[in-house]
Ligand binder design. Structure first.
Ligand code: BTN
Length: 322
């Protein structure tokens, strides 16, 4: 009932009378009143004026499943959306669902993430209602070695979504940080459960800094948010729907692989290519010049003797970035 009322109010710029809603939905005016109240409780601001009816004033400014679904243009990613009030980590929560056999496409997001996980065992901090923290689960029918393209494709999709929505010059720091200028605005952590020759599920967790205005001192020099870069607040539900829509398009149209087109687009947006970098191999730190990205997502690096080597994971410091 709630959703049906919402879609009528969304499609009407003016007031809709309780009578008209009741007739269109084939229910009593009492049922309409209850549905409107349920929407208000979910955070929708709805004006109710005697003799005029109901009018949607503004959507909720916190994460809300209906508001996300309302904007979503996907078939697979987000066919089930779970919005939590608070959780330790959306990746870990989804892992539990994955172990219990949930279908692919499930998205978990939360208003507050208390123990967010970053890459290389780091912590990912995100304050309540300030940022986006979400994870989605896929069950690709492939061997574990085949999934390497998912993270760069996800990076490409998020980078695109943010560029189109905010106009910011977002770029990718290999393998999958999204940066604006010299600072990080998005982090991506992909985790997998697999047997020797087959993937069981893959979970990609994404954190987007949206309204955070202050960062802890130790990361202040390398972290930023959409608010800090644009001075504007963006609707988190709409932005999440846009990101999920771009993710599905990017992942499915490329068949979960770094196709030639995807590779070219990734390289065009990659801030690492053409820069001096330092990477670690065992306990050694090696300097080189990033010259490209290979089909399997590895970074191609030219060393001081002119030879080319591949860097496939770990920490990479890019000159002039971080
Ligand atoms: C990184 O850059 O280090 C990766 C950060 C990934 C953070 C996201 S937030 C949603 C999901 N849940 C987690 O616990 N981590 C990822």
């Amino acid at each position: 009932m709630k959703n049906k009322i919402l879609s009528i109010l969304l499609s009407s710029k003016d007031y809709v009378s309780g009578q008209a809603l009741a007739e269109e939905l084939g229910v009593s005016r009492q049922a309409v009143w209850k549905g409107v109240n349920a929407l208000k409780e979910s955070g929708y601001e709805i004006a109710s004026t005697p003799n005029k009816g109901y009018k949607l004033v503004s959507p909720p400014d916190f994460l809300n499943a209906e508001a996300i679904k309302n904007e979503l243009k996907t078939e697979l990613i987000g066919r089930e959306i779970i919005v939590l009030d608070s959780v330790d980590s959306t990746n870990d929560y989804l892992k539990e669902l994955g172990n219990n056999g949930c279908r692919e496409g499930v998205v978990v997001t939360t208003r507050e993430q208390k123990k967010g996980k970053g890459r290389m065992g780091r912590v990912w901090q995100s304050k309540r209602d300030e940022n986006l923290a979400f994870s989605f689960l896929l069950r690709p029918k492939m061997a574990p070695g085949g999934v390497a393209a998912i993270t760069p494709l996800a990076g490409l999709a998020v980078c695109r979504a943010l560029r189109e929505t905010t106009g910011l010059d977002c770029r990718i720091k290999w393998p999958n940080d999204i940066i604006v200028g010299k600072k990080k605005i998005v982090g991506i952590l992909t985790e997998m459960a697999a047997e020797f020759d087959a993937v069981e599920y893959i979970i990609t967790g994404i954190g987007v800094n949206i309204d955070q205005a202050v960062f802890p001192e130790e990361i202040e020099y390398k972290a930023t948010s959409i608010l800090l870069e644009t001075g504007r607040h963006y609707d988190k539900n709409r932005l999440l729907a846009k990101i999920l829509t771009c993710l599905e398009k990017e992942l499915l149209s490329n068949n979960l692989r770094l196709s030639q087109t995807a590779l070219e687009e990734y390289s065009d947006l990659c801030a690492t290519i053409g820069k001096g970098i330092t990477f670690t191999r065992g306990s050694r730190k090696i300097n080189g010049m990033a010259v490209g990205v290979a089909e399997n997502g590895e970074l191609k690096v030219m060393l001081s003797d002119g030879s080319i080597c591949s860097v496939y994971s770990g920490e990479v410091t890019v000159q002039g970035i971080y």
